[in-house]
Every structure is written in C-alpha cells, then in structure tokens.
Design a protein around this ligand. Structure first.
Ligand code: PMT
Length: 396
C-alpha cells in the first residue's frame, strides 16, 4: 500500500469540519501511515485531543511546551520527520497566518519549518471563502508550492448553500494516495548513487581526503527511494545514516574501492548519479608503518586514481549517466568538458564561489547542463529540495 510507513502531519484548525479530521486520520492509519496531529488552540474547541491521540497512538501536539514538565515540542523535527503535511480543515484565519508567516501557534511554526509537500483543505463559510483576502491568501500559498484541495459546494455550518465545505475525508484520502502514487514514478528503476569523499591512505594513520559530507548524495538517494526506486548507494567515509528501506548501502573508503563497487553494480542499473568527491590521486606506495617526523622536507609521489564516471561512460548501454562538477573557476566550460569527456547525459554544476553551495552545507545552488546543450539554473535551496529538482529534471 502506497501510504505504508508514510509520515503524515495532520493539522487541524478551529472549524466545525474538524470532526471530519478524525475520519481522515483513521483512513491514513488504516492504510499504514504514521499520523502526528498538530492542532491550533481553537481546533481543540471542536474536537478533543483525546479522540485524536487514541486514533493515531501519538500525543496531539498543540502547545510549544508541555505545561507540567516544560518539554519543548520541536516543530523543526516535525518538519524533517514528515513526508506530507495536510491541514484539514484550514480556516480563513489559518490560511492568512500561513500566507503571511504569522507564527503564533504550533501549527503555523510547524508549517513554516516543513520540508515535505503541504496540502491544504480550506473550510469556511461561502462569503469568507469568496472574500478577496481569502482568494489572495490562497494564491500566495499556491505560489509557495502548497497544494490546495478545493472545498466542495453544499450546505455550510451557517445553513447557507455554497462553496466552502471541507472536501470529504474519503476524497482527501484518495487525493493523498494519488499524490504519493505520482511520486512513485521511479518504482521500476534501479539507480546507482555515489556519495561522500574518498580517503586515500598515506600510512596507517593519515590519508588524502576532501571536505565532502555526503549530504548531497544522501539527499539524492532518499529522493529516488521515496519515489520507489531501488537505490544502490556507494558511500565514502561519512557520518550519515540512510532512512529508506529502498536504499542498499555499500560503504567504501578509497577511490579504488568505490570504482570496484560502482563497476560491479552498474550493468544492472537504469541510471547512475555520481555525486561523490573522488580523490583524483593516491600515493604510489602506502607506508606500512606510521611515517616518522624527521624535520626534513618530504616528497610523496602521487599517481592518478581510476575515473569512475569515465569508466561508466564507456560501459554505458542504455543507462542514464549523471555527473557532478564542483568548480572554482570557468565553471560552465569546465563542466561541459567533463560531461563530454566522461560521456555523461547530464552534469550538475555547483560552484564554490556561491555562498551556501558545495561541501558540507545543508544547502546547494546548482545548474543542470544536458548533453543536448540545455541549461537550467536553480536558486539556493536545501539539499533535499535540490535533490528533488535534479530527479525531476533528469527523469523528465
Ligand atoms: O557531500 P557534500 O558535502 O554534500 O557536498 C556535495 C558535493 C560538493 C561533493 C557534490 O555536490 C559534488 O559536486 N560532487 C562532485 C565533486 C567532484 O569531485 O567533482 P569533480 O568535478 O572533481 O568530478 C566530476 C565528476 O566525476 C563527478 O561526478 C565525480 O563523482 C566524478 N569522478 C571524479 C573523479 C574520479 N576519479 N571518479 C569520478 O567518478
């Protein structure tokens, strides 16, 4: 089932339709999702947290702190935990606060910290829904990428008939299911991803390495896995964890090990995305014992490592091959040269001249260049969002 193990934050606000949120939560739970309810204070006037926590098996979050022991409820953690946030019902007041960033309750702070897609099911009276301020707020929310589940027409709480009723839970549920199904577009694909640095041993205690944290490659692996792909992630030495069961992780240390693992895995893959920062050189002869300090100058003879991307470029049959280029100068022309030399279909360019881009940051700023000569530039975004953009582009 598509919702199995999905993490859904269900936001509930102060509308008469709040009672329908209980049915919605139940549908999600029955489909195998984990649901965390976040309520506004007025939401609790319409449906009790006891009902909702009994349905979801999790305490409802409503306040910033638990009154009796001061435990802080982290909206940031919820933003990272969720695969989807859905606010149903969303009142006119909540829409306005969301659109304008008025973070005066836990639901809005969670929304503002949310890394996952956000769906909003408005519920209000006919005239409130038709008011220009509501229309403007909804347009603003759409412009942020939020998905609006249009209200239905029917008898409203005021007994007036018109548009404003929150869509029925079954319909919202179907909407969510088809949303996740669309995300599963890579379900038949096997994708190889390299990530992180490589360490080239000099002696038993020293190595040649680089600053790659693996964050970009791991974000790509999670993004592909969340769309249903079977991912083989070949990771250099990093301190990151993988979350999705769709990721088969192979830990390596040196460029040679990464090369061997990649070449072995590649023939059965549909695509490879080479995000690792692979050392171009290694020492010709590793010292068996720790090299002692003599105080004299020291020379080390370096020899080139094998180029994984170039090798896969030669082996390529029908696979899509995507490389990265981390540049400090003549960025675009260097990236194009690498794409051609290594027989890549796309190259993702990131430049150390852009603040917040490249190694270690949680953000990146990229351009995607294709072998057909197309180029698309993206603004600075979180690496999770960058991964989303890359996967959309290369599998388009
Ligand atoms: O890990 P993070 O801290 O999140 O940082 C992300 C990143 C900056 C490492 C990533 O976005 C990135 O740019 N990775 C590629 C870095 C790099 O080594 O680029 P390059 O221009 O030297 O290499 C070009 C391409 O050839 C890359 O796809 C690289 O993986 C590949 N290559 C390079 C050398 C080699 N021996 N084998 C390879 O496959």
């Amino acid at each position: 089932m598509i919702l199995e193990n999905k993490h859904i934050v269900l936001g509930i606000t102060g509308s008469i339709a709040a009672y329908k949120a209980a049915s919605l939560a139940r549908l999600f739970i029955k489909a195998g999702a984990e649901v965390q309810i976040v309520m506004t204070p007025s939401g609790k006037e319409f449906i009790t947290p006891v009902t909702l926590s009994a349905l979801t098996g999790k305490p409802v979050v409503s306040e910033f702190f638990t009154a009796n022991d001061g435990t802080w409820h982290s909206h940031v953690d919820l933003g990272l935990w969720a695969d989807l946030m859905i606010i149903a019902p969303a009142t006119a007041s909540t829409l306005g606060k969301m659109a304008n960033g008025i973070a005066d309750n836990m639901l809005i702070t969670t929304y503002l910290s949310m890394k996952a897609p956000v769906m909003i099911a408005p519920a209000m009276d006919l005239d409130m829904f038709a008011h220009p301020s509501t229309t403007r707020n909804i347009e603003m929310l759409k412009s942020y990428g939020n998905i609006i589940i249009e209200p239905a027409s029917g008898e409203l709480a005021s007994h007036i008939v018109g548009k404003g009723r929150m869509e029925e839970p079954e319909k919202i549920f179907e909407y969510v299911v088809s949303f996740f199904e669309k995300q599963q577009t890579l379900s038949k694909k096997k994708i190889l991803i390299t990530a992180g640095p490589t360490y080239e041993k000099i002696d038993p205690v020293r190595f040649i390495g680089n600053y790659s944290s693996g964050k970009m490659g791991f974000a790509l692996a999670e993004e592909c896995a969340s769309r249903g792909a079977k991912v083989t992630l070949i990771a250099g030495p990093v301190s990151l964890e993988t979350k999705s069961p769709n990721i088969h992780r192979i830990d390596v240390e040196s460029a040679e090990e990464m090369f061997e693992a990649s070449v072995e895995a590649f023939p059965s893959m549909d695509a490879a995305i080479l995000c690792a920062a692979v050392a171009d050189y290694k020492v010709k002869e590793q010292a068996k014992e720790k090299i002692k300090r003599t105080g004299d100058e020291m020379n080390m003879l370096l020899i080139p490592n094998k180029d994984i991307a170039a090798q896969l470029g030669q082996m390529k049959n029908k696979q899509l091959l995507v490389g990265f280029a981390l540049e400090t100068n003549d960025e675009e022309s260097n990236a194009i040269k690498k794409m051609e030399k290594k027989n890549l279909d796309f190259i993702v360019l990131n430049s150390l001249n852009d603040t917040g881009a490249g190694f270690q940051h949680d953000t990146n700023k990229i351009s995607i260049l294709s072998k057909n000569g197309e180029k698309e530039d993206f603004p600075l975004k979180s690496k999770k969002e960058v991964a989303f953009d890359i996967i959309n582009r290369i599998f388009n």
